[in-house]
Design a protein. Sequence first.
Lengths: 928, 326
Amino acid sequence: MTKKVDFSKTRSDGKRVAGQQDFGVPGSGGSDPMSGLQDIEHIPKSIGGQKSQPRGPHVHDRHITGTSIGKPTPLIDANWKITGQAKYGDDIRLPGELIAKILRSPHHHALVKNIDTSAAEALTGVVSVATGADSVNRFGVLPVTKDEHAMAQDKVRHIGDLVACVAAVNEETAIEALSLIKVEYEVLDSIHDMEEGLEDSEHPIHDRGKYHIGESNVQKRVFQQFGNLSGMENAAASSEADWTFAGVHHGFTEPHAVVAHWDPSGRLTVYSPQQVPHYLHRALSSVLDIPMHQINVHRTFVGGGFGGKSDPFPHEMCAAILARKSGHPVRICFDREEVYWINRGRHPSRIQMGVFADDEGRISGIETDALIDGGAFASFGHVTTYYNGVLHTSPYEIGGFHYTGARVWTNKPASGAMRGHGAVNSRCAVEVGIDAVSEQLGVDPMTFRLANLLPPHSRTITGFRITSTGMRECLAKVREQSGWDEKFRKMPFGRGIGVGCGFFISGSGLPIHWDPENFPHATVHLQCDMDGGVTVHTGAAEIGQGSDTAVAQAVSEVLALPLDMIRVRSKESDTSPVDLGSYSSRVTFMNANAAIRAAIDLRDKILKATWELTGYHPDQLVLGDRRVYYKHDPAIGVSWLQACHKAQADSGSLIATGSYRTPPMGGVHKGAAAGLAPAYSFSAYVAEVEVDAETGFVKVVKAWAAHDCGKALNPLAVEGQIIGSCHMGMGQVLSEEMKYGRGGNLLNPDLLDYKILSVHEMPEVIPIIVESNDPEGPFGAKEAGEGPLLPILPAVCNAVYDAIGIRPNELPLTPDRVHKLIEKKCKVMGIDEPMDLPNPSFTPSPLQDIIAQRADDHAQRDLERDLLKDRSSYVNGVLFGFDPDRPLSEQDEGWREAITPTQEDLVDDNKRAAKAWKHVERRYRGDA
Amino acid sequence: MRVPPFTLHTPTSIEEAMDTAGTLQADGKEFDWIAGGTDLLPNYKWHLNTQKDVISLASIKEMKTLSPTHIGAMVKLHDLVEDANSHPLLRQTAGNIASVLIRRQGTVGGNICLDTRCFWFNQSEEWRRSIEWCHKCDCDTGADCRVIPNQNTLCVATYQADLAPALMCLNASIHLISPSGQRTMLLNEFFELDGMKRNVLEDGEIVSHLTLPDDAADWHGKYEKLCLRESWDFPEAGVAVSWKGAGNELQGLRVATTGCESIPVFHQEQAEDALKNWQGKDSIKALGQAIKKEVKPVNNTYFPPAYRRKMLPVLVKRAIAPLFEE
């Protein structure tokens, strides 16, 4: 039955009906029945639109209204930034604020014997002074490794470690007061080389009590052995390289800054440019000994994070402590060298990487020994130690995986999480190893990769669940667009081309501070009022990556509302549901999924109201540009506002909520959760370089960057992430490094000598978006923030080999390092002039055709699995003849799945991280 | 980080500047000169040898004169780059300095008198406290040099300005003025081998301008700069070469280097040797090797010293390459 709808509130004589207020002002989706309909080009074919779906339909298709998903969209907070009105950490000004400065350690490692602050306290203008005695509670981003304090307790662990802090009426006074604090130190021996950290020490940098590993500075050790390792011993081709990676820093524009304030009602508000406000919330609570509900964490605009603003930081605690002591708001803003002292950049690493292949051109094994330099604190290091191994178990199918990892403390600024967390260095080593192995086998490295990929809907050797993968398409696209087949090994000496792949988690399956059995990973609340606009409450931290825009787009898409009707409130913990923060590339996947669910909830209420108004069942109603209408006759319907008002009239309020949690997945071995994600992104890049053989300068001429992000919710933002990742990754491969001088001092804590590439060095990057349509991703989406960084490093290294025939194994490839390699090669070959070095060439072996055929067969296999025509199970090992439906260990006596090494595994004295396993934990020694 | 407070004096003529300097000297006050400030102010922020009084030369018009043979000390680097009448070698060299923003602020005189640089010196006060200071800014502790320990007589900080070698190759003269008078010398006599003293300037003395000989236009040249990035970076090594005549008829050859020692070096002897037995490219090879042998960089800048030295023959070769293209 159809009810007649009265669209107008005007009488037949044109006058307004008495007593009725018209909310329908122009632009708000008022009563204009002629507002635009659905954009049919953005509606998938599966639900009657025109958008093609080469990889089949998606579960979210029926929520697509053609409004904003997939359309290049400027970030919704961009105008705030470009007009200078965005308030970053140091832009927060509260009445009566004090400025605080931090006294830092001038020693690498020393006991703090005494601190005398009396002279500083007596200085006019100083309001309060705090030391470690004011805050004895420990904190740290990971619950298992809380090893930080607001300020030094008994010892300082690196130059720049926090000792005391002063709040004063202005910066000058605070600086002067610092010079009046007298600290007595007893200097201890310090450790700067990560290999020294493996040895027993008289004064380990931290004491882990009964969990301490020997008396060494080993903070974390990991061992994983999966598969049949005999394939490594009997390999037809092998590459074993000993890599050195310098530590690199995020190099974000905004230095750390914080404002803390205890308001008149006795609650604490902390304003900080945080990537992970919720962990700061928890840390503040435990450090200050106050309940979480007494704290409001306010995330300001973030001037770049990249992982460097994801720990709860000691200076944030200092500001809160000083604010409590002084009764005033307290502001702290770092100088640039303080940014380097707090660091949390990528770990300096020494990685021994073995890549092995059999005579059929299969990767029979990968053997990795990664020693990583954690600096003075644990930070995310526990996870980093796993990631250095487990994140190179895909995209390739491998016969065996042997990983030993160790993270040691040294007296340096702490390393932590940085874009591509833990995966970047070992990925570079693997991909260069694959290039070397391809060359030995006489096959094209592009074909070699294509013939060894894991298919969609498969499982890796350590048990990660691969859902969608666009790896094959990424490789195919960069191969074609870069002109690979015309260029590889065919360019003149000094010019080269190289390929590299990447694989990264799209959200961490197991949250750090959370019980996934009981709580969701992300929650989104929606609220709609009389004006018809929708307010989104989310805790996802917008750090410039576009998370506010992504969540607004998701809501806008389901509700068919223009983006300007969606308001995102994501800044304050008081008003936002808990979100775990912007790390491990989880926000788009988890938060947009939660937003879709919330929007569906809200939409259902709107449809119910429309049913009441129009008499058409929700199944027959469609949303399109601020209207809800009958799908067979768009003229019959109501405006969004009319439906809103009806829904509110019926239920008193129009609110909705949605959340996301990961499905159960992964193996059961210790460490199985590390690297586990609901989906993974894949990428393949080709870089073309010029190498000046006389000077060692490497210039990247052009890069083709294909990234599988599942579905580009916002292609503009995805392209921006790809290009930005290339810039950052190119910095690491070409020039960026934290340089430590004699005595262990950080020589370049500034942006002149920490060499971030300038516009001159930045080549043209062609971003290529590949959409693999992830079954569980929001509208099919996966991450695009970190994965795109990985492949550029090996692509450049492999291109350098193509250019001059030298495989580097030390990053960054600064001209002096490359020149040294060239000199060495000239000497070995007895050549005087570097320009006379031989240009590498390629002659395909008979294996080339065989693996090319296999790659073609696999392409067909993958397509069928993508479209779910083939639903058979697939695990890593099928390529080697295993039956995927039976435990692999039953099929092969040599199959191993071990997480602790045997004596036999540790016999090679040249392996570094393996040495960490020679220590016995105190609790097992019986002397603790 | 804050610049410590200082009194800024802004004379509008050289005469007034000399008066101001004289008065401060008479009062026993130490002071600094400031031209563009792109070198001095960052150093002040780092609290490197700061003074309570600073005399700015920015308002002195007569120091801004620019002609093909006369370059006022207060000529902006950017103006030198843009001036079509200036010597091409100077324009090309100046165009390599730092970035456009800095060139619009920095001056020719300031570039010539650039303070020497060192990893152990160009750091914040807190940083330097952690190494217990160094010889160049010892904060009254008598601290040793951190680059070459156990010697505190010589500072080995590196001179990393670009213009000097190019000007030397054009045989430029430098004109100095102080409350007690004026003097003029060849630019290659201006520098003094010590990272702290740096040049012959006495207290209260400034560079007023540089002049080029009348035959400067007959000299061609090129400057080659070794640095990691095309923008911002100081030279890790720099070579300027100039020549008169062409191909086999070479009449003159000059070479100067920067970024390798505490002062820029004019390699007169090596250039003369090369010219005497001129055999084209072979002579250049020998010249490059001779220069590599003469300079002794130390480990206090971004690139290791061995690499910087090894690059000198390459830079010489590339700087002189246009000679063979003509």
